[in-house]
Write a protein that binds this ligand. Structure first.
Ligand code: ZN
Length: 183
């Protein structure tokens, strides 16, 4: 049985820990992966990494277009191009920013039984993969910003335009797109 667990939020030092290499592919890992998926889906988001559940382990899940990827000890082995788009993080709710990333990445990971596999991603999948792999290094999307002024603030479920001057207005279409990129 999987359970939805609380997501660690910005400010909690556990978000900044480097994940340790997974070398045991037993029940503990399987329950963690199941909980990552359940918590990601409940949020909802397109990805979630173990440090976001307070576990300093190198594993994460990504789900794009109904395909669930369970990534254990993932590594980017190749990348191509650049892509700039809005991005958010379930550990930093309500905030979004434009982040430049690789347009396409090739990742090698292990599955829950330790078997190696490759996944290639561009677009939302490519961005989610890079976002999750960053989490395993204790890195967050806000680390790419020159200034915190580059953050968009979007109230959850708040479609009003009466946000104060300190928050650049994010057009609705953009905020909806960004909500999909939560990981
Ligand atoms: Zn995140």
């Amino acid at each position: 049985m999987s359970s939805v667990r609380p997501i660690v939020l910005l400010g909690d030092p556990r978000l900044r820990l480097k994940g340790e290499t997974v070398d045991s592919f037993g029940k503990y890992l399987h329950e963690l992966l199941d909980d990552l998926t359940a918590t990601m889906r409940a949020a909802p988001g397109v990805g979630l990494a173990a440090p976001q559940l307070g576990e300093a382990m190198r594993c994460a899940v990504v789900e794009v277009e109904d395909h669930l990827y369970e990534l254990v000890n993932p590594m980017i082995i190749r990348s191509d191009g650049t892509d700039r788009d809005l991005e958010g993080c379930l550990s930093i709710p309500g905030y979004f920013a434009y982040v430049t990333r690789k347009e396409k990445v090739w990742v090698v990971a292990q599955d829950r039984r330790g078997k190696k596999f490759k996944v290639q991603g561009s677009g939302l999948l490519g961005r989610a993969l890079q976002h999750e792999l960053d989490h395993l290094e204790g890195k967050l999307f806000i680390d790419y910003l020159a200034s915190m002024d580059d953050l968009f603030v979007v109230g959850q479920g708040d479609e009003d335009d009466d946000e104060d001057d300190a928050t650049p207005a994010a057009p609705r279409a953009r905020s909806r797109k960004a909500a999909k990129a939560l990981a």
